[in-house]
Write a protein that binds this ligand. Structure first.
Ligand SMILES: Nc1ncnc2c1ncn2[C@@H]1O[C@H](COP(=O)(O)OP(=O)(O)OP(=O)(O)O)[C@@H](O)[C@H]1O
Ligand SMILES: [Mg+2]
Length: 251
């Protein structure tokens, strides 16, 4: 179980100090899929990075199975079983796909590596011995990044917008992978996402806006809210006749 207690985060940006997270309280249980969603810039990736130790909270505590890990370094948290797949994966040079997967998993069995790539919708024989360089497409890189997190034996796995730039066929494969992870392992899975397909996997939805948890809800409730918004937006049709002033829809 992972707990965030009154976690705040202030970062220094171009325009001075920014209060990115404000008193975040969260309890994330094992064997559950949490989908974190909300407006752009709300603080979702920052929560993920704070859990991973990439950002250190300005105030508050992070507990993993009751142990205070607030002051632990990234590598220590990685050792304890926390993993984070970046929204925008870094590009490595001079390393083969096989090597980065071996590095992540600590194993070198090709059989396992093939399964890992299959789980993210990649055909292993086309990739294992290819060097990770600029020739990789954004979606390919993203899937390899996810595979490096899947390779590990984790307690808490965070996937930051795993669907971004990924084709529909691979998303289907990926959603099955997430469900299998929940069924097979005692893992807490956090997926940051804006996608209905991913929201439908959630045991619980965490809404993040303006650096706060603005709600914890069910997938049924959030999908209903989105449908409601869509029906409000039908008013756009009226705009052609000059009905813009009365339109409830501001999108
Ligand atoms: N390193 C940083 N320095 C300063 N400000 C930052 C830094 N990283 C993020 N921020 C700011 O913190 C806020 C939250 O950013 P974050 O990336 O967590 O949002 P998000 O919810 O993941 O958004 P998106 O849906 O667009 O990915 C934004 O206003 C962003 O500009
Ligand atoms: Mg983000």
């Amino acid at each position: 179980m992972l707990e965030l207690k009154d976690v705040s985060l202030t970062l220094v940006g171009d325009k001075g100090q920014v209060e990115v997270l404000k008193e975040i309280n969260l309890t994330l249980k094992n064997k559950k899929i949490y989908v974190m969603t909300g407006p752009n810039g709300g603080g979702k990736s920052s929560i993920g990075k704070t859990i991973m130790g990439i950002f250190r909270p300005t105030a508050g505590q992070i507990l993993l199975d009751g142990m205070d890990i607030t002051q632990k370094e990234i590598y220590e948290r990685a050792h304890l079983g926390i993993g984070y797949a970046f929204q925008q994966p870094p590009r490595f040079k001079g390393i083969k796909v096989r090597q980065i997967l071996e590095l992540s998993s600590g194993k070198n069995q090709t059989e396992n590596l093939c399964d890992l790539l299959y789980d993210v919708g990649l055909c292993a024989q086309n990739y294992l011995d290819r060097e990770l360089n600029a020739s990789f497409s954004g979606g390919e890189l993203k899937r390899i990044e996810i595979a490096t997190v899947l390779a590990r034996d984790l307690k808490v796995a965070i996937f930051d917008e795993p669907e971004a730039g990924i084709d529909l066929w691979s998303i289907q494969r990926l959603t099955e992978t997430f469900v299998n992870l929940r069924e097979k392992y005692d893992m807490t899975i956090v997926i940051i996402s804006h996608q209905e397909r991913i929201i439908k996997l959630a045991d619980q939805i965490i809404l993040v806006a303006e650096g706060r948890i603005s709600g914890i809800t069910s997938q049924e409730k959030i999908l209903e809210d989105i449908r409601q918004l869509d029906s409000d937006c039908r008013c756009r049709k009226d705009c052609i006749g000059g009905g813009l002033k009365n339109a409830k829809c501001d999108r």
